[in-house]
Ligand binder design. Sequence first.
Ligand SMILES: *[C@@H]1O[C@H](CO)[C@@H](O)[C@H](O)[C@H]1NC(C)=O
Ligand SMILES: *[C@@H]1O[C@H](CO)[C@@H](O)[C@H](O)[C@H]1NC(C)=O
Ligand SMILES: *[C@@H]1O[C@H](CO)[C@@H](O)[C@H](O)[C@H]1NC(C)=O
Ligand SMILES: *[C@@H]1O[C@H](CO)[C@@H](O)[C@H](O)[C@H]1NC(C)=O
Ligand SMILES: *[C@@H]1O[C@H](CO)[C@@H](O)[C@H](O)[C@H]1NC(C)=O
Ligand SMILES: *[C@@H]1O[C@H](CO)[C@@H](O)[C@H](O)[C@H]1NC(C)=O
Length: 927
Amino acid sequence: MKNFIAPVFVALSLLQPISSYSVYDLSNVQWTLSDPGNNVSVPGSLPSQAHLDLFKAGVIPDPYLGLGDFTLRWVLYSNWTWSGKLPSSCYSDGGQNWLVFNGLDTFSSISLCGKHVAATNNQFRQYYFDVSDILSSCNSSSPELKINFGSAVKIANEIAAQPGQETWPYPVEQVFEFPNRWFVRKEQSDFGWDWGPAFVPAGPWQPAYVASLKSNDVYVRNTLVDIYRKGQLPLVPPDQSQPWVVNVSLDYLGDLPNGTKLKYKLTDLSNKTIASGSLSNVTSSKGVIGGTTIVEDGAVDLWWPVGMGDQTLYYLQVDIVGTSNSASVTKRVGFRTIVSNQFPITDEQLAEGIAPGANWHFEINGMTFYAKGSNWIPPDAFWPRVTPARIQQLFDSVVLGNQNMLRVWASGAYSPDFMYDLADEYGILLWSEFEFGDALYPVDEAFLANVADEVYYQVRRINHHPSLCYWAGGNELENLELSEIAQYAPDQLARYQGEYEKLFLDTIVPILFGNSHSISYSPSSTSNGWLSLDFNKSQPITERYNNKTNGSIYGETDFYNYDSSQSFNLSAYPVGRFSNEFGFHSMPSLQSWQDVLEPSDWHFNSSTVVLRNHHYPPGGPFTDNFANASKGMGEMTIAVERWYPAPDKTDSVANFSAWCHATQIFQADLYKSEIQFYRRGSGLPERQLGSLWWQLEDIWQAPTWAAVEYSGRWKVLQYIGKDIYQHVIIAPYYNVTTGDLEVYVTSDLWTPAKGSATFTWYDWSGKKLNVSTASSVDFTVGAINTTRVLHTNVNESLANFDMANAVLKMSVSATGSPPNSNASQTFTHENWFHASPLSSAKLVDPGLKYSWDSNGSSLTVEATKGVAAWTWIDYPHGAILAFDQNGFWLGKGEKKTVNVMKLWSDTTSGAWTKNVTVESLWDQTQS
Ligand SMILES: *[C@@H]1O[C@H](CO)[C@@H](O)[C@H](O)[C@H]1NC(C)=O
Ligand SMILES: *[C@@H]1O[C@H](CO)[C@@H](O)[C@H](O)[C@H]1NC(C)=O
Ligand SMILES: *[C@@H]1O[C@H](CO)[C@@H](O)[C@H](O)[C@H]1NC(C)=O
Ligand SMILES: *[C@@H]1O[C@H](CO)[C@@H](O)[C@H](O)[C@H]1NC(C)=O
Ligand SMILES: *[C@@H]1O[C@H](CO)[C@@H](O)[C@H](O)[C@H]1NC(C)=O
Ligand SMILES: *[C@@H]1O[C@H](CO)[C@@H](O)[C@H](O)[C@H]1NC(C)=O
C-alpha cells in the first residue's frame, strides 16, 4: 500500500500549481535569533525585537524589571540576526517572487540563499524586494533568509561622525539618554525620553511576507482611500452640501494588463449595498492604480466622534478586474470632514467679542467642538507586544474619561492599523504626527528621500480611517527648536529655518496633500498656525512664526512650570486658542511599583526609583549624575509639601504608598486647575477650544506625567479628568494676589443650557458658615461658552472667619441637549474651593465609612464627622478596574454610591473587594 500511494503523492505535488499566486506569512518560519559575538542563539519570532525573543528564551529577565534599562545595554550594542529557511512551497519558479517587510527596526542587511538582497535604514517604511533571480538560481530547496540588525546607537554615532555631517548649536538637539537619534528614522523615544527607558530595540517589528505571483497576478501592498467633499482642500472648511468624492489608489506588486478596470462596492456593516460600479478616471502607472467615484450626500450617514453622534462605518471593497488572482481590497471607512481651522478671526467673530488674530480649532462635519483629551505616547517600549486588547483597555479609559481626542505624539511610531480601527469604532479622534521631535533634522538628499518614502507609505496606509483628524510634522519644532536657534544662534536662524521648511513643508506637504484632500496639516505642534495659503502651489503653506500683532491671539500653547509655587497662579497659565500639552509628573501607585521593584526598593528615594525617574535623565545633556536624576523627585516632593499635609506613616511601605499617592493628588489638582482655566477660555476673547493634557498613559512603571499607569490602573488624574471633562462644569477662578473669587459655569454643549448654581460654605467639621455670598444663582450658558455665576472677594467675605477653616461647595444643575441631539438632559457637577492651601487647612477626621452594597459591584462611602477632601478608594494589586468616581470630596453626612464601572482583569477571584481602603487627605497624614 505504501509503495502504491507514494507515487500518487508525487504526481499530486507535481500537479500542484507551483506557479500559483500565494502570500506566505513569514511568521510561520522557524526563526533563530543569534549573535555569535555574545554566544547567543535562541528561537526567534517574527514580528519581534531582540529583547522580546531573549526574554522569551530566558536569556534575559523582563526588561522592565528593576534597572533593566541600564543593565541590558549589551543587547542594544549587539548585532542580531534572524535566520530561517523558506519552504519551497512559498515561491514559484516562473513568476515574480517578492519579499515584503511591513517594518524593519531599523538598520538591517538582508540576505537570501547567501546572496545580499538589500540594506534598510528606516523603521517606518515598507520594503519590498524582487528576489525571483536569487531564488531561481538557489541550490537549496529551502533557501535561508537572514536579516541582520546593527546597533542603532552605534550607527547613529557613526553617521554623526561622518566628515561634513550637519551639526546644530547647543542645546537645540534634545538628548535624553543616547545622542544622534535625529540621524536615524527610528522611534525617537527608543533613545530615551523624560518619561521612558532607552532600550533602542532592534528587529523585524512588523509582519513580513513572501508574495509569489505569476503573470497578471498582483499583490496589493498598500491602499489609499481619500473621502472628501467635492472641491475640498486641506486646511479649508468645505462646503457641507457637496457630494462625497471617494478616491482610491492601490500600490501593488506584479504586472497589470493594459486597460485594467477597478470595480467597487460600498456596503454598510450589515452588508447592504449603498453604491457599486466601476471607478471613474482610472489612472495607472508602474505599481500604482487608482480611480474615483462620487457618493451622493444623502446616501450615507456621517461618522461622528464619541459623544457627538454615531460612529457609522462602511466597507469599501475594490476589485482589480483583469488579474488572474482576482485581487481585491476591502477597507472600512467613514464619511466625515475634519478641519483644523486656522483662518484669521472674522469681523463677525470680532463682533462676538473674540480677540483678533487667528482661529485654532477643529470642526467636525462643519461643527465647531471643544476637543477634550490627552497625549498618547508609545504604550510599550516594545511594539510587537502591544496587543489590540491593550489598546482597547486604554481606549476604554479614554472614552470613560470623557475624552474625544488623543494627540498621538510625534516621536514614537506611526500607529498600527488595529489602533486606528479601534479608534474608528470608539469615536476617538487621533491627531497624528510624523515621527520627528525636539530636534532639528538633516536635510541632505538621501535623508529627504528616505523621509519622502516613509511619508508616502504612512499617509496612504492611514488616510481611510475616519478617526484620523490631523497631521503635524513633529513635536515642539517651532515653539522650542526654532526658538532655541533664535536664542542661542540668532545669526543662523535663516539657515535653520530654511532647512526646517525644506523638510517639514517642501518635502512632506506635496506628498501629504497630493494624497489627501481630507486632512489638515501643520509642520509643528506647537505653532502659531499658518500666515497664508496658496493652493496654486504644491506646497501652499506659509507659516506665521512670530509675525504677530500685539493684542492678537494665535495658535496653540504648550506649557510646563516645575516651580510649584506658581502651580495655582492662574496668571501664569498661557492664554491661547488651543492647549496641546501641559502637565507635571507624579509617581505611579505602590501596586505598579510592586510589578517591577524588589521590596527593598519600596522607598520614595530608593536608587532604583530615582534612576527610573528620567526627568531629568541621568546621562542626558542637562545632567550627568545621580544627584540631578533626583531633581524630578525633588520637584514632586516640594509640590506635595507646599500644597498638602505631607504623609507621615510609621509603616514604611504604607508611607511610600501614601507619598506616591500624594504626588498624584498634586498632579490631578494642577491639571484640574489648568483644564478649568482652558475650558473657561471657550467663552473669553481667546475662544479657547481644546485641552489635551500630557500624557494619557505610561510606557513603563516610573514617575511620569501619565494618567493611566502601565498596568492600566487609573491615577488620581484620570478620575479628575473624567470629572472635569464633563459637558457642564462649575469651577472657581481665583486671584491669589487680590483674593478675588469668581465662579464660572462652562459648557461644551452645542446649544445653550439653563440651570442654577448653588454655593455653601462650611468649616472642616462640616458646620455651615454664614458667609454673605449668594447661595443660589440662575443662569443660561451659551453653546461652547462660559458664564460667571458668582463674584466675591474672599478677603472681605471671609473677614470674620478663619480662612484656613472655610471651604466652599459649588454645585450646578443645568438642562440642555447633548451635542447633535434634541434630547433634553440634566447635567450636574460639583466642585470645592478653599482659599488657603490644604497644607495649612484645619483638616479634621472626616470619619469615613464605606460598605459594599449587596450586589457587590458598588460601594457606598460616607463622611460621618467632617468634610473629606480627595477621598480615595484604593484596591490591591491583582485587579485592574475603574470606579465611576474617585478622588472626590464629601460633605459631612454626604454619601456617594461608587460603581465599579469597568473591571479589566482580576487575578484575585474577586478577593480584591475585601481589601479596598477608603482614605481622605486627612487619613493620609495619620500614622
Ligand atoms: C553589525 O551590523 C552592522 C550594520 O548592519 C554592520 O555594519 C557590522 O559589520 C555588523 N557587525 C558585526 C560584528 O556583525
Ligand atoms: C500597454 O501600454 C503601454 C503604454 O501605453 C504600451 O507601451 C504597451 O505596448 C501596451 N501593452 C499591450 C500589451 O498592449
Ligand atoms: C458581511 O459579509 C462578510 C463577508 O462576506 C461576512 O464575513 C460578514 O459576516 C457579513 N456580515 C453580516 C452582518 O452579514
Ligand atoms: C473624472 O474626471 C473629469 C475630468 O477631470 C471630472 O470632471 C469628473 O468629475 C471625474 N469623475 C470623478 C468620478 O471624479
Ligand atoms: C507678516 O504678516 C503680514 C500679514 O499679516 C504680511 O503682510 C507680512 O509680509 C509678514 N511679514 C513677514 C516678515 O513675513
Ligand atoms: C489678579 O489681579 C491682579 C491685579 O488686578 C491682576 O494683575 C492679575 O492679572 C489678576 N490675576 C488673574 C489670574 O486674574
